[in-house]
Write a new protein. Structure first.
Length: 419
């Protein structure tokens, strides 16, 4: 099970520049939390303070009963073994292959044999969709691939606490969804405590159990996601909607004259460019994939929300109850799906499954992108874009017409895409 992280009265400055002051919150054990806030409010600094890379001027950070602001270097070294950290830029060693980068924590903190190290590393590489790219250097791949390699490295020790600094930066929307789902599945499997720093509002609305927000050097609020998502605080509503009208400006402190000008524009019916989504509705939280264990955090989180519910406005209470009903329905559907698939057992014969007493042939053929030779319109074997080594899809048999077969180059594969 994950470890509770308790922060109290935390203050951090760089010289005369105060970053944030008197930050107090608790990351509940085994739950997923998110930290929001405008750029430059010290969210990454907060993560680095939690693992002892930066030392605060005041306050305490208690992890597994140890205050890391007061402990010895040896105690801090042991505490850090509880963490897996995905840094904002991946923080990979540039002279080491992806494989060696991901294997580094295992070689540093364990006495596992190299065969065992390889098994774990390749499992994590496959998990983040980088199979086939393990021998490449960080400089030979895209930023999104480096981000995924950083996540794989953060997971190799099966940590009890996972810190993710903007896991979606550098990733396209589809892979952002995959990474988000992966974090939920990991939480379901090992009940890890997870903290995500993000600007991605869709992640904030659908992934965490708890949400906090930093603004103007203070923690505006921290608590169950339902509390923040239904908040009437202007800064929270502005940030969630992405509107330029509100307390947040281009610089953190919005000029009073600019504020009045924007209020006049609002009164004249001029929009601030924000999304028109209805944030009074709480989108159901993402659930683990079918076949995964149910998240233990759900019951603990719901108990706290129900205790908080009577203190919230009526519209917030209504939105929270509707969200709970939708999430319960989704979980029931997931259980039913898992139960329906438990009777399917795969045999060693390719494409054959045992369903009850009958053998059923299943079409498992796929077309895999072959980038081919660059001179023939392909990308060449050294292509290392964000989709390198990971893309494949099934092609229905009836779609493989004689014309496509005749156009396929000898010894190669057809791309499967349009012109």
């Amino acid at each position: 099970m994950g470890v509770e992280v308790s922060v109290e009265g935390l203050t951090k400055s760089f010289g005369s520049q105060n970053i944030w002051r008197d930050v107090t919150l608790t990351l509940p054990s085994g739950e997923v939390s998110a930290l929001l806030g405008p750029s430059g409010t010290g969210k990454s600094v907060f993560l680095k303070t939690l693992i002892g890379l930066l030392h605060p001027e005041q306050g305490s950070v208690v992890i597994d009963g140890t205050d890391i602001t007061q402990c010895s270097a040896k105690e801090l070294y042991e505490i850090r073994k509880l963490f897996g950290v995905l840094f904002q830029d991946g923080a990979l060693f540039g002279s080491m292959s992806l494989y060696d980068n991901i294997a580094f924590p295992l070689r540093e903190h364990t006495k596992k044999k190299e065969d065992d190290v390889r098994k774990i590393v390749m499992e994590k590489i496959d998990l983040v969709g980088l199979a086939g790219a393990e021998d490449k250097l960080p400089g030979e791949i895209s930023g999104g691939m480096r981000k995924r390699a950083g996540l794989a490295r953060a997971l190799v020790l099966d940590p009890q606490i996972i810190l993710c600094d903007e896991p979606d930066s550098g990733l396209d929307p589809v892979r952002t969804a995959y990474i988000s789902q992966l974090l939920i599945d990991i939480n379901a499997q090992i009940d890890a405590t997870i903290l995500i720093v993000t600007h991605n509002i869709n992640i904030a609305r659908t992934i965490p159990d708890n949400i906090g927000m930093l603004f103007r050097k203070e923690l505006v609020m921290f608590g169950p996601r339902e509390q923040l998502l239904t908040s009437e605080q202007p800064v929270v509503k502005q940030f969630l909607s992405g509107d330029r009208f509100g307390p947040i400006g281009m610089s953190e402190e919005k000029d009073e004259a600019v504020q009045k000008q924007e209020e006049a524009m609002q009164a004249a019916g001029i929009g601030g460019g924000g999304t028109k989504d209805d944030f009074s509705e709480i989108i159901p939280q993402v659930q683990p994939n079918p076949g995964m264990p149910e998240r233990k955090a759900v019951a603990r989180h719901r108990e706290r929300v129900l205790e908080l519910l009577p203190s919230l406005p009526e519209n917030a209470q209504r939105a929270i109850r509707e969200s709970m009903e939708q999430e319960d329905q989704i979980r029931e559907e997931s259980r039913a799906h898992a139960a329906n698939t438990q009777g399917v057992e795969w045999s060693d014969t390719d494409g054959e499954a045992q369903v009850g007493s009958e053998n059923v042939m299943v079409d498992t053929s796929t077309d895999v992108i072959d980038h081919g030779d660059r001179n023939q319109g392909g990308y060449g074997n050294d292509y290392a874009g964000d989709d390198a080594q990971t893309q494949q899809w099934a092609v229905p048999e009836e779609a493989k017409t004689q014309q496509l077969e005749s156009e396929r180059p000898e010894g190669g594969r057809h791309y499967g895409g349009g012109s």
